[in-house]
Write a protein that binds this ligand. Structure first.
Ligand code: PMV
Length: 328
């Protein structure tokens, strides 16, 4: 148990982009998903978080990007620290200092990298010595997608059925290593419907939800075999399809909702135009209007030039596979 105030632990976690999406919780408290998912950890976007459990604190103190955390963010961090306190046996409050490293106005600050870094720093600061599987389980309790950011490169979240067997595993492969993700950060505003609320609406009201659960299992098998066979065309095709299948759940919810805006559609059309003209690329979109373009190194220049003209160069960031969790 930690009692001193000199035990600051700092961890860095990179964000990840899901290629087979997680969309729906079987258990909202433990964050156990209905389906597995698969992602790529990205080098360009990351969160650095320091945690110190300190007997001199009356309550948890949380600073995010040099500002005291707003109530809802503070509550989420506090709830997560309660889990760490329960597991570690410490009763001390913590000071949490977190910085998101994302391109200017990116709007990409991600709960995935945030909770992965917090899980690593807080558990270690509380005296726990978790391995990466245990860290993935803990990070999952903060935000589902965070369990994948413990690992680098391609990562599969095996859905499991309870707290102990729902965690991510790295897919160690020499294949598709020239893959690049061109992130188009066309909108920096907060999404109107959080992924948490959006998922719950889709699960409870979309008549297509049971079909989604079946389809994801086969999309997962297909993308893993595409990775194994180093087949970029199949890999990209399945990624794009799966993203659109996820967004179909938002349109078919009651009430319906949509994460795209006009510029999202412009970007999607441009990806299709590029593809038809022989520049192979595919899109994927999460719970917001920003678009990520999946391509190979050889086409990065053409794609970034095209989107820089369309949206401005400051909106275009090229990412490559990034590393797993690190302590500083
Ligand atoms: O981990 P959350 O609650 O932020 O949900 C992530 C949801 C998606 O980004 C849309 C999909 C995914 O698998 O990351």
């Amino acid at each position: 148990m930690t009692t001193s105030s000199d035990n600051v632990v700092t961890a860095v976690a990179h964000t990840n982009i899901a290629l087979i999406k997680y969309w729906g919780k079987r258990d909202a408290n433990l964050i156990i998903p209905y389906t597995g998912s698969l992602s790529l950890t990205l080098d360009q976007f990351y969160t650095e978080t320091s945690v110190n459990f300190d007997q001199n604190l009356d309550r948890d103190e949380v600073s995010i990007d040099d500002q005291s955390a707003a109530n809802n963010s503070w509550q989420r961090v506090h709830d997560f620290l309660e889990i760490v306190r329960e597991k570690s046996g410490t009763h001390l409050n913590a000071k949490v200092v977190s910085h998101n490293h994302v391109p200017t106005a990116a709007g990409l600050a991600s709960s995935a990298s945030a909770f992965a870094a917090l899980a690593a720093a807080a558990s270690k600061a509380a005296g726990m010595n978790l391995n990466n599987q245990e860290l993935s389980i803990l990070a999952r309790r903060g935000s589902g997608s965070a369990c994948r950011s413990i690992f680098g490169g391609f990562v599969e979240w095996q859905r499991g059925t309870d707290d102990a067997d729902s965690y991510a595993v790295p897919i160690n492969t020499p294949h598709l290593n020239d893959i690049r993700v061109v992130a188009l950060t066309i909108e920096k505003h907060q999404k109107p419907i959080s992924s948490r609320r959006g998922m719950a609406l889709s699960v409870t009201t979309s008549p297509y939800y049971p079909t989604w659960v079946k389809v994801v299992e086969s999309d997962l098998q297909s993308i893993k075999s595409a990775i194994n066979q180093d087949d970029f065309t199949r890999f990209g095709t399945i990624s794009e399809l799966n993203a659109m299948r996820m967004h179909a759940l938002t349109l078919s919810s009651d009430p319906d909702f949509l994460y795209f805006n006009g510029r999202t559609l412009d970007a999607m059309n441009e990806v299709k135009r590029l593809r038809h003209s022989g520049v192979e690329c595919y899109y994927t979109i999460d719970a917001g209007p920003n678009v990520k373009v999946i391509c190979q190194t050889k086409n990065v220049k053409e794609i970034t030039t095209t989107f820089s003209k369309l949206f401005g160069p400051d909106k275009v960031t090229v990412a490559q596979p990034g590393p797993g969790i690190k302590y500083l």
